[in-house]
Design a protein around this ligand. Sequence first.
Ligand SMILES: NC(=O)c1ccc[n+]([C@@H]2O[C@H](COP(=O)([O-])OP(=O)(O)OC[C@H]3O[C@@H](n4cnc5c(N)ncnc54)[C@H](O)[C@@H]3O)[C@@H](O)[C@H]2O)c1
Length: 325
Amino acid sequence: MTQPLSGRTCAVTGGGGLIGSFLVDDLLALEARVVVVDDFSKGRRENLAHHGKAVETREVDLEIAGTAADALEGCDVVFHLASRAFGVGHGAGRHWEILQHNEAITNNVLDALARLRPSHVLVASSSCVHRDDGPDTVGELPLFDGEPEIANWGYGWAKRFLEQKAAIMARETGIACTIVRPFNIYGERYAWQGTSSQAIPMLVKKAMDGEDPVVMWGSGEQRRTYLHAADCAAIMRRLVETAWHDGPVNIGMAETVTVRELVETICRVAGLSPELIADTSKPEGRFVKSNDPARLLQAVPGFVPTVSLEEGIGRMAEWYRREFA
Ligand SMILES: NC(=O)c1ccc[n+]([C@@H]2O[C@H](COP(=O)([O-])OP(=O)(O)OC[C@H]3O[C@@H](n4cnc5c(N)ncnc54)[C@H](O)[C@@H]3O)[C@@H](O)[C@H]2O)c1
């Protein structure tokens, strides 16, 4: 089954953010009407500026009870991406706070959706719902088996609760619901968060600031899979177009690179050759985190990323020059 989005009114909560703003590009290209619901705490108006008045923005803090229903009024499809999300450096000692903030957003948004009854909702969960001691290459495992990723403990539980609450709300209201679990997503619309930033912007900044040596946390041999936000957004849009509802979908690829290889790519693209040093006194998280893309490829047959890591890092080098030069 497909449901064309052209002419439909689509809300993107968090639409000023990294993935959300690429999703807005994608939806507008399909001639959907787009409403961005964002408090612009981390998202940026510049990420949407190229669309001029084609995007309606409703600036609200979804943590405040009662705001979500007005903000989502009249929207037939809702992509719910708004969340308080940061890099792992932010989590330590703040898990309770992160859980509380995200739970408030979840409760307000799902409560509004249950009343407004849009036809389809996509909910952005996270690969952090998966446990650390699971397989290196993770499929869509059951949620409540062990703790979620410990470095993202509060965020991981918030995403587990979001998934479960959305599933119950959707079943009881008859709203079609798609749940996605992105892995490591990056892109040039990232809003710098200082020491709370995510890995790629952090490493791009270290290298391009001219640090020598560049110090990598952990062994530098830990492996991750990275996908550009434009590709992540295209998958989200495609899953709603095809009305996917056959279980959560991990958004990420199987191929991994080590942190060392990532920094080497950054240095090659930027024309730098610093010494790379591993600081094994710092945490490195799980050693390998990779996605088994079987379900993703079932849901979006033939998917291949359009932005290679090399091209994406090139875009991040531009991001650095814009942001810090
Ligand atoms: N980027 C990744 O690697 C990644 C990985 C897994 C899951 N996710 C999830 O995907 C979604 C989008 O991620 P992203 O990387 O684009 O994040 P982002 O931080 O760039 O975007 C989140 C957006 O939500 C907005 N927001 C935050 N709190 C809000 C509130 N109370 N009211 C209204 N708006 C609010 C922010 O201003 C921002 O525009 C998030 O739910 C995130 O948890 C992202």
